[in-house]
Structures are given as structure tokens and as C-alpha cells.
Design a binder for this molecule. Sequence first.
Ligand code: PM9
Length: 444
Amino acid sequence: MVELLKMTTRAQRLRAIKEAGFNTFLLKSEDVYIDLLTDSGTSAMSDRQWAGLMMGDEAYAGSRNFYRLEKAVQQYYGYKYLIPTHQGRGAENIISKILIKPGDVVPGNMYFTTTRLHQELAGGTFADIIIDEAHDPMSEHPFKGNVDFEKLDRIVKQHGAAKIPYISIATNVNMAGGQPISMANLRQLREYTHQHGIRIIHDMTRVAENAYFIQQREEGYKKRRIRDIVKEICSYTDGATMSAKKDALVNIGGFLATNEWDVFEEARNMVVVYEGLHTYGGLAGRDMEAMAIGIEESLDDNHMGARVGQVEYLGHKMESYDIPIVRPIGGHGIFVDARRFLPHLTQDEFPAQTLSAEVYLESGIRTMERGIVSAGRKADGENYYPKLELVRFTIPRRVYTQAHMDVVAEATQAVLKRRNRIKGMKMVYEPKYLRFFQARFERL
Ligand code: PM9
């Protein structure tokens, strides 16, 4: 499938971004030239996946596509039980409701917006146990997704293992810049959690990208196939939530997977309340078919080399223009460091939100804020002040060419040249949950 891209004038973009309250989530996609808002549900499906859509068995119960998907999850990821959900947060809702009790603590390798919100809504508190390097955009640590065992041990000693329903481990940590956890670190975590009787729940949204980095960077994995590395990663965890809209190359879909019968039984019952019957979980049969095919395609070594290679291409181009980006270059996009890009703005003036709006205004390229707006507020109402104040240039899989990446780098360079004249913003509307999606801003 090919799609026409629409170029707009600066006057049109100014009108559009003002109408959108300077929030790129509120832009109409028809006003966007190159859309790097997210890699979620925006990838191009393959010929095989499109053919799979035609094989949808739209029975209410027991669709053959469900069994195909169940087989793919068992075969490629190794989890025993599957519950499809409409997308990742559907699975997060269910697992949080089942495992977390009020007063519990959920340690994890950096927060993710929807994941932490569901943990909090279930009465839990998230505790960050990622290594310090993950909060430093300039650190060259090859595995910034690693767990810091001193931080974890402090939490376990302080609260006791009984208050920790699970450790939340993301592969290729999104908010850190698409940064991987190493196999050695995960293996060590498995040993630790076995000693303490704590589960690991795996946010496997970008597990294949993580596996690619293990293959490229970790001793002993150079000759291993991505599919084998992915299976090994999953084997160190007890269950998983998945937004299949990313790695698994579909426009909609997700799942919860577990190796525990009791958890499965409760989840199978709960899914009928929130999503749909346990053999479709909010998805059409055709969506499950496309997902089963996408899972297999995502594990192909050549696909992953091309995918991360394109991200690296954009990153190197930006670096050649002195645009400050998170190092090392991550898996799903380039994260521009708004603190270094706009050093004259305080964090309360929303540097990343401002930069994202300016990139749109300059060029029609849509990106996403990943800083103080995304971090939201604590239970007591205070703002979180994350160390990372980033703009994410997220690359959809199999959609854009390197020429588009050239345009992106050049447009960002043009903003860099006039950065001293850029003023910050104030928030004029703030919704209660996940404010980054719908908040509105005005220029100072
Ligand atoms: N991630 C992203 O753009 C979609 C919307 S932004 C909240 O990065 C992880 C690591 C994700 C993720 C979504 C979800 C939720 C869970 N974990 O969007 O509900 O990156 O399918 O998945 C977005 P769903």
C-alpha cells in the first residue's frame, strides 16, 4: 500500500497547532507530513498479513484465528496461556487488577505511562529500579534497561516480598529511549526473584528490538537468531503484557500471557468484563490472524536489522547536525534531548512539548513529548520531575524511506538554528489521567 503525503504551508501549520493546543496528539493526521508520533499501530502490514485478514473467522467463540495466535505465542514466546486484549493497556488493566492489592509496591525498570497508571489504579505504587545511567541521556551504557540490584534489594528489604506482587520488566525500555536490558541482567533477576518468591511480569511490547541489541552487543549472542534470543528472554519471566501494535506489526491488538494456571483462570474470567470473550478479547478474528503472522515476521533477523538500521540512520544524521540525542541510539526512534536543545527553558516551561510543537511548525513532522507532561502527577498531586526531557521521533516499521529521514534531520536542524528565539509554554488544560494525550498549552 502506498499513501500520498500532504505538504502544508507554515500558515496552515500555525493554525493547526494552535487549534491543537500545541499538543501533537490533538493534530488531525491530514495536517501532518511525516508522522513520527508513534510506532504504535502505524507500521505497514505485509502481503502475508493482508492475506491473513481475508482468513478471518468471525465466529463469536472459538475462532480458528484465536487458536493460531495461541500457537504462535506458545511457539515463539514460550508462554503457556494466552488472553487476547484490544491492545496493551487492556492486558495491563487485567494483570494489575488480579495481582496488585492496595499498599503493594511494583518495582520496575522505569515507568511507562499506561503501565504505571494501571498499577496505581489497582492501589499499587511504582518504584523505579533501573540503573542510574538510564536517566542520563549522554551515558553510553549498552544496556540502559538493566535493573540496579541495590535499588531492588532496598525495596524488598523495606517492604518485604509479600508486598511485591511482581517486578515489572520492560524489554527495550521505551521512556529511556528504546534501551535494552541484557540477558545477563535478566538471568540474574530471575535468580533473585526465585530466592525471594517474586514474579516477573514482562512488558514485551518491543522484545524483538531488545533481542536485536543483545545479538549485536552481548557476549555469546552474535551467532544466535533473534527468535531464539526472544524465547530465552521470555523464559526468565512468569507472564507478559503485549501491545502487538509495535513489534508484532499490527494496527490493533495485544494480549496477556502467563505460565500460571491460577492467574490465567482469573484473567480468563475478567477479560469477559472488560474486553470480550476469552477467545477474542476485543479483537476481530482477522486481527488475531494478522497478529499471529506479524509475530513471526517480527523475529526475522533481516527485518530487525533493517528496522533498527533505519533508526540509526536518522540518529547519525542528526548527530552530524549537532542535534543532541539520547545515546546510544535506541530501537524504535530517536529521542532528542530537549534540555540541551532548549537550555534557556526551565522544565516548568515544557521544553520537550515546546520543541515538539516547533518541529511540527517548521516542517509538518509530528513527534511526541516524553518529559514532564508524560510523567504526570504523583498520588499527592505533585508533578513528577523526570530527569529525561525528551522529544521522541518514533519510526513506524516498514513505512518511510531514508529520504524521509533526511527531511526529518534537516527540519530539526532548521529549528536548532533558531532555538534562541523559542519561548516556552504554559499548560492551560490538564485532564486527570494520562494528561499528555489531551492537555492544551499556550505560548508564553
Ligand atoms: N506505547 C507509544 O507510543 C502508545 C501510546 S503512548 C501511551 O509508545 C509500552 C512499553 C508501550 C505502550 C504503548 C503500552 C501500551 C505498554 N507498554 O498503546 O495500550 O510503549 O497498546 O500499549 C505507545 P497500548
